[in-house]
Ligand binder design. Sequence first.
Ligand code: PLP
Length: 424
Amino acid sequence: MNFASLSQNELEQLHGKFSASYEQFKAEQLSLDLTRGKPSSEQLDLSNELDGILEGFYLLQDGTDVRNYGGILGIPEARALGGEMLGLPASEVLVGGNSSLTLMYNYLDFMNGAEWAAEAAAANGKCKFICPVPGYDRHFTICERFDIEMITVPMIDGGPDMDQVEKLVEADPLIKGIWCVPKYSNPSGHTYSDQTVSRMAALPKIAGKHFRIMWDNAYSVHHLGDQQDQLANLMETARKAGTEDSVVMLASTSKITFAGAGISFLGAAEVNLKAFEKFMSAAVIGFDKVNQLRHVRFLKDGATLAEHMKKHARIMGPKFQMVLDKLDAALGDAGVAEWTKPNGGYFISLDTMPGLASEVVRLAADAGVKLTPAGATFPYGVDPEDRNIRIAPSFPSTTQLDKAMDVFVTCIGLASTRSLLDQS
Ligand code: PLP
């Protein structure tokens, strides 16, 4: 039933029901967490074989001893694995430490310390980045750290609103890049359409050669079931457009093996990769090649990796389904919230009625359910409409998730009915 079509009396009754359930949950003194997208222990267990997999063999075919210093670009076998994930030849891949976020940070540091800062100084202005919203909060934090101003563009079906993106870069030469999570986006779960990928590849022609498309493909292989999204290869498209120098691709095994002890990948055209390698050589002599070799032995190739990801999907799929079922059952036709139904990734993105997201998060916290702070999916932590909430179903057990979702939908019901009553 659509809440907005209820009479004042019916709305008051419904509000009373939500209030009563809410008070019951509060009395249970719960302590549940739906915040960060961390893999569950059950998922981490899928990769326990990594431990000891080398059985004392540390030499590569070319005689390299992976225990020793050196080789910033990574071992050839791991570069090939990263190439398979990113859709690049191994020669265009650097294999980093346990975090692709670190590589993103380092890459922006690299660009900012060189061309970007010089151009900003010459124009007496500030560098800017386009941030599709809702988006990944840690991308925004990197921009803040480098004092790069963030300009938001809404995500629509098929990716960011490219009409707006093109207009923006045309109007301002100090826009130096865009953040993209092109597949199973964080948090909406959208995958960019072929047309978005083509238009993205053409952007540097408008924006100039120092523009960078930060293509964070963190969820490229993270399907939830048999229905899988397909993403066009940005680098191939960019090569045809002659813009490959603007493409920076990222991925990691964080949500494939061990989130805190995986390996990460940065892909870029060879000349760019060389320049970045030189920049990194001031900070590192070589990343952890032992871990790179362990990952190569364990994940082997694209086919083995796909089989491994099916095991994750068998754990994650039912959790996502539970969240969607709970939302549908409680709010399906209430007209007070909208949410995404992704085929992969780690999140479901939910929009409340305008102005209610922080209230829902506060109510949930008071009832012992931690949610990602409202606004976190927007630059500077400010969601102008105060609507978006990111749900991360991966970490809690199904029992905990079941309870947390009951509390969550009750909080939405409570806040929405109160707001409708206030308006009437
Ligand atoms: N990129 C996106 C879009 C993410 O959602 C996350 C983690 O949630 C990361 C990067 C972090 O990746 P890593 O563990 O490789 O630093």
